[in-house]
Design a protein around this ligand. Structure first.
Ligand SMILES: *[C@@H]1O[C@H](CO)[C@@H](O)[C@H](O)[C@H]1NC(C)=O
Ligand SMILES: *[C@@H]1O[C@H](CO)[C@@H](O)[C@H](O)[C@H]1NC(C)=O
Ligand SMILES: *[C@@H]1O[C@H](CO)[C@@H](O)[C@H](O)[C@H]1NC(C)=O
Ligand SMILES: *[C@@H]1O[C@H](CO)[C@@H](O)[C@H](O)[C@H]1NC(C)=O
Length: 650
């Protein structure tokens, strides 16, 4: 009896279970159909982008893991470097001209620096500025200072006069070490420097440790190199600093406008940035070619960090040379090469040569390889992989293009947007001010809609904190509040990005660089790229100028024509083909050269101020676009008057 009931119950249970299973299957099937029918786009995007997102997530986990290792030990950069040195003291660390510096030699040099600075009273928290050309000793100088707990501002070596005084003062330097080449630049401003500032002159030469005499210099400035020669290295110790989260460097952000601002780089941030790049595309056996200045984040953190943290060999170059780029890579057997700003365009503009493909570079990385030249570049120079990334020295959010999609500077996950708290928010493109909704919060830009890049700040996470600038008021300008919820904060970069359907992000412009003409927004960097492409990769800067009694700003293009080979008729014809009418420059200024920032961006503020007034052109030739003939005609004082009076219509 019981058995019958038991079997009956079991059958009933199985039947019910199968029924349940069926129902679940039926519902999931219906659910799937529903998703496909009504959210097919979302399904498609998820399927296409999830592998990319998971790979990037894995990379992010590895970065956090490495950072945690150092954070746990509470090490600072000189301690981490010591650990690298111990692994292979005799491996080349830096290659420079014909010099080879092993890891041990770099550390020995830094220990001498520690000894000399200590003898001169440098202690924890002191600020020792460097105005030093690219050379292997440059990182060793700041490592030696960091061992004493000092902070090192890395001053842009192109600066003179007021900008130089500003850089030294804003960082509150106690000591300044400068390359002997800059002696006259320092002398010019010496009366305006704090008399308490201690100066050292540094000359680039291999130390002659048999030297027992300090060379006397008549100017009362100590010669650091000879002091290093006569002072034995300090015995190695762990740094007497504020640990992993403590301040390490000040790096000046090179604005295309205004005076430089000193951004704070902590040890943790240094590690996070160098580690990020390493995990994206490099490994310990890579030889990295770095023709960038070492006083910027790109050269001084991303490339040099590969040697200090991971034991890569890094090739340093005194100055970037487009024609030497790949020949150098071949000479030093580089396997990875760094670029920034307009560098790739300059390298592409060199005449083709057999050296183009005779190198071992497998990956190039950096910021500024534009979509318009991406494919041509990788094909001509036979580059397998490109890692283009985007991030600000002072910012807290970095993104990278991890799969070589031409033109993208990174991506935002479409399926898991919350994992990495960055976003593109709607802004007024002219002022850079966020557009807010009725609750006062910022609005996320949709695919295809340009917006500003923001990174959410969380003070306790080293990858998300914002250290800002030394100057507090400048720091606050870069923070927006009440972004996604009331009371939160985010770092806002000065750049306009746009995302596509799959979440890939493309650089559009710097805020304020977009101008309006005939009711349309003109992106200066897009027009620059188009013109440069038409005109054999020449330098072209585009900006908007005010014309009296005319709405918006008229586009003006400064274009470099060093050898007089620019054909204006052809240029006008090609522009007509490649650009919409509102984006074609109304004015042309033909120049012999254009000023560059330290990160190889073109400077345009002065050009914009001079506008289209022929009396301010300093020998440059000026033209305006005649709409009827679609031709550029010369613009002299007479035409200028007619334009002001509205007789010539633009
Ligand atoms: C790291 O070291 C510094 C200075 O010695 C100390 O102030 C800090 O609390 C330490 N941090 C951790 C997490 O141990
Ligand atoms: C590491 O770098 C070397 C040199 O570029 C390269 O040959 C090797 O394939 C790389 N290894 C991995 C796992 O990527
Ligand atoms: C690197 O290049 C190889 C060969 O062209 C390609 O298969 C691979 O997907 C690339 N990797 C990335 C991350 O772009
Ligand atoms: C130009 O940009 C402004 C604000 O950034 C926007 O309101 C306007 O719709 C844009 N105009 C066009 C034609 O895209």
């Amino acid at each position: 009896m019981f058995a019958v009931v038991g079997v009956g119950a079991a059958i009933l249970a199985v039947w019910l279970y199968l029924g349940f299973l069926q129902t679940v299957l039926a519902f999931s099937f219906l659910g799937g159909v529903y998703l496909l029918l009504f959210h097919w786009k979302w399904c498609y995007i998820s399927i296409v982008t999830t592998p990319r997102d998971l790979r990037a997530l894995w990379c992010y986990v590895k970065i956090l893991w490495t950072a945690r290792k150092f954070s746990h030990k509470n090490w600072t950069l000189p301690d981490i470097f010591h650990y690298t040195v111990q692994r292979h003291p005799d491996k080349p660390c830096f290659l420079f001209q014909d010099e080879v510096w092993t890891f041990r030699e770099v550390e020995d040099f830094s220990l001498r620096v520690t000894a000399v600075l200590k003898k001169h009273g440098v202690k924890k928290g002191d600020i020792v500025g460097l105005l030093i050309n690219n050379c292997p000793q440059m990182p060793a100088l700041w490592l030696g200072n960091a061992r004493l707990g000092g902070i090192t501002p890395l001053i842009n070596t192109n600066q003179r006069g007021n900008a130089l005084i500003h850089s030294i003062n804003v960082a509150k330097c106690d000591v300044l070490i400068f390359s002997s080449e800059y002696q006259s630049a320092i002398q010019e401003i010496s009366s305006q420097l704090d008399p308490a500032l201690k100066l050292f002159k540094f000359s680039h030469r291999r130390l002659n440790t048999d030297n027992k005499e300090i060379s006397a210099s008549g100017d009362g400035i100590d010669d650091l190199t000879s002091l290093l020669e006569v002072t034995p290295p300090a015995p190695w110790t762990l740094a007497d600093a504020d640990g992993f989260r403590g301040k390490l460097l000040y790096i000046y952000t090179s604005g295309t406008t205004g005076l430089p601002k000193a951004a704070v780089i902590s040890n943790s941030r240094y590690v996070f940035m160098a580690c990020g790049l390493h995990n994206l595309c490099l490994n310990k056996s890579d030889i990295v070619y770095c023709p960038l200045p070492l006083y910027h984040t790109a050269g001084g953190v991303l490339s040099v960090g590969q040697a200090l943290l991971f034991g890569c060999t890094v090739v340093l170059k005194a100055k970037f040379s487009a024609s030497q780029y790949f020949p150098d890579c071949a000479k030093y057997k580089a396997t990875a090469a760094h670029y920034i700003g307009e560098m790739c365009r300059y390298v592409l503009a060199t005449p083709p040569s057999p050296a183009d493909k005779q190198h071992n570079v497998r990956v190039i990385f950096g910021n500024g390889l534009r979509p318009q030249i991406w494919t041509e570049f990788v094909t001509r120079f036979n580059i397998k992989n490109v890692t283009e990334f985007y991030g600000a020295t002072e910012g807290n959010a970095n993104i990278a293009n991890t799969d070589g999609t031409p033109g993208a500077v990174g991506f935002l996950s479409r399926s898991f947007p919350k994992i990495y708290p960055i976003a593109i928010i709607k802004v007024d493109q002219a002022t850079g001010e966020p557009v807010r909704d009725s609750r006062g919060l910022c609005q996320v830009a949709q695919a295809g809609e340009p917006g500003a890049f923001v990174g959410k700040i969380s003070p306790n996470n080293p990858t998300r904190e914002y250290l800002g600038y030394v100057d507090k008021s400048a720091s606050d300008k870069k923070v927006v509040r009440d972004v996604f919820t009331h009371g939160d904060a985010a770092f806002i970069s000065g750049d306009i990005l746009v995302s596509d359907e799959l979440g890939y992000l493309y650089f559009r412009d710097r805020t304020g660089d977009t101008f309006r003409w005939r009711g349309e927004n003109v992106s200066t960097s897009e027009v620059e790229a188009a013109i440069s492409g038409i005109a054999d990769h020449r330098d072209a800067v585009v900006y908007g100028v005010l014309v009296p009694n005319t709405e918006g700003r008229a586009g003006m293009c400064g274009i470099v024509d060093a050898d007089g080979s620019l054909e204006l008729t052809r240029l006008a014809r090609d522009l007509q083909r490649d650009l919409p009418p509102y984006a074609r420059p109304v004015f042309l200024r033909v120049m012999s050269s254009v000023d560059m920032t330290g990160t190889f961006k073109m400077k345009k503020t002065d050009l914009q101020k001079e506008g289209f007034d022929p009396s301010l052109m300093k020998g440059d030739k000026l033209y305006y676009l005649d709409l009827k003939q679609s031709k550029y005609l010369p613009l002299g004082p007479e035409e200028y008057e007619k334009i002001l009076k509205g007789i010539i219509r633009l």
